[in-house]
Design a protein around this ligand. Sequence first.
Ligand code: ADP
Ligand code: ASP
Ligand code: MG
Length: 473
Amino acid sequence: MNQLVVMKFGGTSMGSAERIKGAALLCEEQYNRRPTCVVVSAMSKVTDLLLDTLRHAEGGDAAGVETNLQTLESRHRETCLELLDGPLAEETLLLLSGILNEFARIARGVLMLGERPPRSVDEAIAVGERLSSTLIAAYLRSRNVDAFAVNARDLIVTDAVFGNAAPLLEPTREKAENLLKPELEAGRLPVVTGFNGATLDGRPTTLGRGGSDFSASILAAVLDAEELWIWTDVDGIMSADPRIVPDARVLDEITYREAAELAYNGAKVLHPRTLAPLMEREIPVWSKNSFRPEIPGTRIVPTTADTPSGARAVTSMNNVALVSLEPASALLSGTKVMARAIEALAATNAEVLALSSSSYRQNFCFLIRQAELPAVVERLEQAFSLELAHGYLHPIDIDLDVGLLAIVGEGMKGQAGLAGRIFTAISREMVNIIAIAQGSSELTIAIVVRKSGVDKAVLAVHRECGLSAPAAL
Ligand code: ADP
Ligand code: ASP
Ligand code: MG
């Protein structure tokens, strides 16, 4: 759609009445200039609280459930009363309590059943975004902006992988054209819930934690937006997580590929799947700070005219597991073990973050997210049950005391000596390197180290690659 901007606000950007007012101003500014579609996350920590409530319910802790329900209720009620007054406040409070009642009904159902069916979890945790979208849409209306809240369950069509669903773009496009386009053309401002969707037959799904970025990029793609702006709580995509590296620098521009590598390797600032829907139409993305909107932020573009040489950013990930397989007998081909293990991994939908092998002992190891470990181990044990039972394969080794470090940059390609300098910098910190993986594109070097060494290694590599912001004079 001509000139359309899609803008997404993350949890901290929606975290209080004051933040919602700030976000609404940013919405208004664009809305007064061009067609604007907004996507919002739940208020900060709300999704965690919803999940925690369901855990209490599953464990039979009725008192814990009620306490959480009260916390949820009072946070949203207070925010509402800070934002609005009069009949609009009354009307909005009613909408909020209707949504909260839906959540309470599911939580009490889980309490009775003693289990959390994935489908109910997805329906329940989408409530955070429904509450926040209701709040900001009402506040915008109070400022005479013709805004309305949309539940993405009516808009984003996904497969049925509950908790980590993938969008089906064609049916989503159709829905967006029917539901959003006429409203946008009529000068209205839709405020869509991030994070959630539904299957073709209407079962509620979610897109994975942090998935509101992905919701926004899906909508930008199907509406053929001119730009996507992702408002967050840092000045843009930085050379490292500023929580680990205080002098990390904001990158003015990076490519889709670099941003995707960073996101897949743990940079929380973007959901890993955000860029995929945008590639075909090459829609540019801005990552911006809603606390400091005057700063331009980072522009994520399909390609850059001149690639800066060397590394651009370092990222890390802690909730990972290193799984190693090693034949105990020469009768077992290492290559075949590898092939079958990868097949087992594929069957669980687990994502391999790094993979490394040694031809001599024919062992190989791969890194996955800890959340995916139980399913992967079960599948591997099934696939190799005979070999394990007869001792042809050593017992599967699982190492949880590891973390991943990734150094990313299009300009690392062909830079002789860079990898050596990186390894030396890590070793100088007395951090042991457990495994190394470099993609064939030379865009990323991934290094597995002990968990206690991850932050030290990030700092050391960041320094070695000269990525710090210039010191203030
Ligand atoms: P939102 O709620 O807006 O989606 P997130 O908390 O998901 O925000 O992501 C923003 C956070 O990502 C930042 O506060 C920052 O600590 C973290 N982060 C990790 N790596 C990076 C990076 N390379 N650049 C910027 N922020 C990063
Ligand atoms: N509220 C969801 C989460 O906390 C989605 C998001 O914030 O992007 O994971
Ligand atoms: Mg996020």
